[in-house]
Design a protein around this ligand. Structure first.
Ligand code: ZN
Length: 113
């Protein structure tokens, strides 16, 4: 069963997207995903109130006033702000899609030899 809570309605997406800082955060996320410093979001997550743990995306503590996302990794849990989680998840999905396309091209190239 998909985790419905992670899906954004368009009107919510518009309200949480703030131009330049969001772009900057995405750039950092993309850079860290590509050199392996940040794992990609593979699984569903749950959200709860912040517990003061540092965010994996922005390194700032997740305060009790913030919503914290808990993402299951391989044997560990990653903690991230709700606002950091969204671009992280989107970039992870985009990266997987790009990897799949690159693999598809490689397979097509080999089979044409
Ligand atoms: Zn954060």
């Amino acid at each position: 069963m998909p985790d419905e809570s992670i899906l954004l309605r368009p009107e919510q997406a518009a309200s949480v997207t703030s131009a330049s800082s969001d772009d900057e955060r995405r750039r950092q996320i993309r850079a860290r995903l590509s050199d392996g410093r940040l794992g990609s979001v593979e699984s569903v997550s749950k959200s709860h109130r912040g517990t003061g743990q540092p965010c994996i995306v922005c390194y700032r503590p997740i305060e009790p006033t913030d919503v914290e996302r808990e993402v299951a990794g391989s044997g560990v849990f990653f903690h991230t702000h709700e606002t950091c989680y969204k671009p992280w998840r989107e970039e992870s999905v985009a990266r997987r899609a790009a990897t799949a396309r690159a693999l598809g091209r490689e397979i097509a190239r080999r089979s044409s030899l």
